[in-house]
Design a binder for this molecule. Structure first.
Ligand SMILES: [Cu+2]
Length: 66
């Protein structure tokens, strides 16, 4: 399981957008976005690189952190 911090999520719509965008990345599974902790967790069975994940989050208007 990997996690990534995401800033800028304010409501369930935001977290659901993030869930959808991560779900669209082939190789990521079991996506869970935790709005209260500003964090997403997922299984990275496709060894998707970190930058690809961050780009997907930035593209829809949120700020991925390390
Ligand atoms: Cu929102």
């Amino acid at each position: 399981m990997e996690t990534i911090k995401i800033n800028g999520m304010k409501c369930p719509h935001c977290s659901s957008s993030v869930t959808k965008s991560l779900d669209a990345i082939e190789g990521l599974n079991d996506i869970n976005v935790d709005l209260d902790n500003n964090e997403a967790s997922f299984t990275n069975s496709g060894n998707v690189d970190r930058q690809t994940i961050k780009d997907a989050i930035s593209k829809i208007g949120f700020e991925p952190a390390e």
